[in-house]
Every structure is written in structure tokens, then in C-alpha cells.
Design a protein. Sequence first.
Length: 420
Amino acid sequence: MKKLSFLHSAMAALMLTAAFTSCSKDDDGDSNPLPSTAHYDLTVTVGLHGGMSKDKTHITLGVSSLDDATQTINFEGNGAEITDYTMEAAYDGKYMYQIPNSGGRFSKLQLVGKEMKVIQEQPFVKNTYTARKFTHAWVGRTLIIMAADGENKNILWTKLNADDMTIVDEGTLALQPTEGYDKLTTTGILTYRKSDKKLFYFYYGKGIVAGDSKDTNEPYFHIAVISPETMAVEQDFVNTAKASQMQGSAYGELLQDFVFFDEQDNLYLSIFNKVGKKNIGQVVRIKKGEFDFEQGYNAFPDALGKICTIQYLGGNKALAYSGDASAGTGIQDVAYYYSILDLNAKTATRLQYNGNDIAYSAGSFSQRSVYNAKENKAYIGVSTKTEECIYIYDVASGNVTKGITIAPGYYFDQIRFFEE
């Protein structure tokens, strides 16, 4: 994708005086959009949806509320225009953790007003990583980061103390490519199951197969079970559900959500398989105490393409943002829609507003939805042919209302929820 002309947009922002008014109802006239307890960071790009492209500058703005349907948010002259830091990050509390484009270090960041503040940074010591190309899991206040080395021969891991950013420990996993494949997946997906204190790492091998000119993935991906204390690989096997690939394996759930646990600590993962010439998504499950996928389980049996994001809403409900492969598979294609999944019934229902399906959106590499557990509401961003706005799904009642609108000229790509 071509690099966006943010110099022009920045100059325009200096000449325009459109002001942003906080959505907060209790700010006593204070126009500061960031309250002290919780806020939403909205991220947009200009000209095209940003996707994974590292040469896309993005603009991020913090707001205290997304509820006011009369509110239009204009980013001109507002928000932080961000270049070195990326949309791909780990999140916890009020901070984000990532590796910047310039590399060489781990960064702990916080958006404050119109500025992306660097809270702390930790230079690489032994293991080195690249922006966007790592996966992660939280074990208490320890952030575990993993990725393949530069030759994709070994999986590196580093443990960071999230409070002071010190490196607790680092090393290499005892994993090697399967016979017949000479490389490991660049990133994979890592997550932590609290009930038995195990890390699950989903990965696959790659290599040149006879007759091919480029790397081919293993037919079915692996599940590695790891001790978080020692990082010893306790189990490593090919999943028996014949799942081909994990969604988001190239960037490790840094940009979008693909894995979650329910109240019983069952693990759910977004995957896809080739059906004919199309990649079709599924939501599969590993039950508490088990290590392989539950045979025959798919919470999204009628998916029309890949599942771009999936988030748990409590009460055995999940929100899925997925594609219709017949309408397109590109980042800019208007081919993606939202559904509410019933994880017990294994059914998916299109998200509707006033009795009509919400129109397809563009932006396959987008994370425009968040779940606020205190409110029991999901805030769902769309980027359709006619609007860029928020819809609000009340989980208890199933009602859908409209929230804020994004001013024309911006491409809405991400919402993040921060709470101290």
C-alpha cells in the first residue's frame, strides 16, 4: 500500500479550527477528553484503512464516552499523530506495551491528551524482536513475549515485569520444525489458562515442498503446552480437529482479538480452513482440563469467510467480525460484518439495528469493538459505504442503539478500552 500523505493532512489540521468537545456528561465544563478512571482510544487513518502496513501513520484520540449519538468526532487538530509507535500492542490497565518501528527496545506507552507518552522503555538484552511480529500472554504482572528468530528456526521468549519493564528472564523454546519443514511460523498465538497455570502456544511449520516456489504451511497446526515458570514444553502435538491455521498468526493477537476464555475457563480460538478456493473461519474450543480441541465443536458454523476478530461478552455470548469471501477479501473491500454468537447453541446472528442487518464494513485488519464489563455493553465500530460510527450492543437485553460518529475523511480502524 502507498504511504499516506500525512504531511498534507497535518498542514490542513493546523489551518482548520474544528474543535472536539468531550462526550463526558460529568466533566463540569472541563474539555479534557481523558477522565482519570477510564477512557476509549479511537484510532483512524487517512485515505485508506491502515491494516498491517508499517508505513501508515495513524491518529489516536482518547474520549471518555462513546454513547452520544449527536456527537461527531473530528480528528483535525485533535489526537496524536503517531509514526514510530504502532497500532499493534499488548494492553493492560491504562498502558500499552509494544516494540516500536525503530526497534531495539520494549516500550510502555500511554496516550495523554494529544500526546503519546513514553512511560518506560527497556532495551533488548539477549533476544531481539521486530515491531508487530510477536505474540504475547499475561501471567499476573508478567508479560511474556514470543516470536521466531530471524531465520525462523527457533522460538524466542522474553519475560517482562510490566510495572518497571525489567527483563525477568529470556531464552529459547525447545521446539523444532516438523520433519519436512525447515522453518517455524513467525509469530503464532500464545495464551494463558489460569485454572491449571498453563501456556498454550499455537504454531505451525513452513517449508518449500517439492514443486512449489514458496513456503507452504503444514496441513494442520500444532498445540504446544508450556510451563510459564520454566518455559519447558510439556506437550507438543498436531491438533486432531484438523484445523489448518490460526487467524492472526502473523501478528500474535496484537492488533485484533482471536482467543478468549469463558467463565468455566474453556478456551476458544478463531481458526480457518480452505473450503474450495475460500478460507472459511471457525470458532473452536478446548475445554477446561483438556489440551486438544473438542471434536465437532464450531461456534460459527455458517461463517462466509475468515473471522477477523472475536470477543467474549459473558454469558456464553461472543461478538464476531468476519468476512464474506464472495464480496471480497482485501483490506479495503466492503465485505465484513458483525454477528452475535451463542457458544452453547453454536449459532450466529447478524447484528441488527432497527430490524435491519448493519451494512458490511471495510477494514479486515481492524479492531473496532470493545466490551465494557461494568456496563455489560459492547461498543462496535463500523466503516460502511455511508458511515463511520459506533453501534452499542446491550448484552443483557440484546438491544442495539447508535453512538458517536466519526467525521468524514477518516478511516476508522481501532477502539481500545483503558481503565485504571
